[in-house]
Design a protein. Sequence first.
Length: 211
Amino acid sequence: MMLLSIENIEDRLRSRFRQQVVDQGINDAVKFLQQWSYLSSQVTRLHGAALARINVPDIQYLLAEIAYGECGSGNKDKIHSKLLTNLINQSPFAYSITQELDTYFVDVFEETVVELSQMSQDEAIGFIVGLEAPAYQILQLLREALLGVGISYIDVLNSEYFVIHNAVEKEHQESGHEAMEIIMNSGFELSKIHKGGDQAINFLIKMIGDA
Ligand SMILES: [Fe+2]
């Protein structure tokens, strides 16, 4: 009778992301990288805003773990956005990519942090699940964009950023998954988790969907 399951949530979110972002492809690799590197440099604020809503210690742990990983797992040279910058600096277009972003994206991000910090616990965890669900799809888009700005396939794949992310995104998804199981075992509402997940996908579409 229950058609909506944990797997369904993630599959549904991935399929929305595929239809609205992946299938459109990247028109402007410079713009895509500019937007993604901004998001990468700010993303732990989303984990922090979600964490502020969570009163279940096991879920607090999972969110802190994801944020800690993004922040380099105890080594500030390994902060993910720094690793991405190192990679982008290998491109002849690095100067354009690292230009300041249109305020539209900054505004969307800031509004999202405020919204997230006011969500219910179920919605907030749904948002993080939605943020992590398309991680592999995003990694593929990112690879395409990096090749598009003149970085070689070998340099992309052997970069610290890609080596870490191929290993780490799986863990992030498992963390999101585990959090949902805890939430649902605690009797939270599946519909709110869906709602939060959809908000995350809408956010990603605004932040990187038009590039
Ligand atoms: Fe990362």
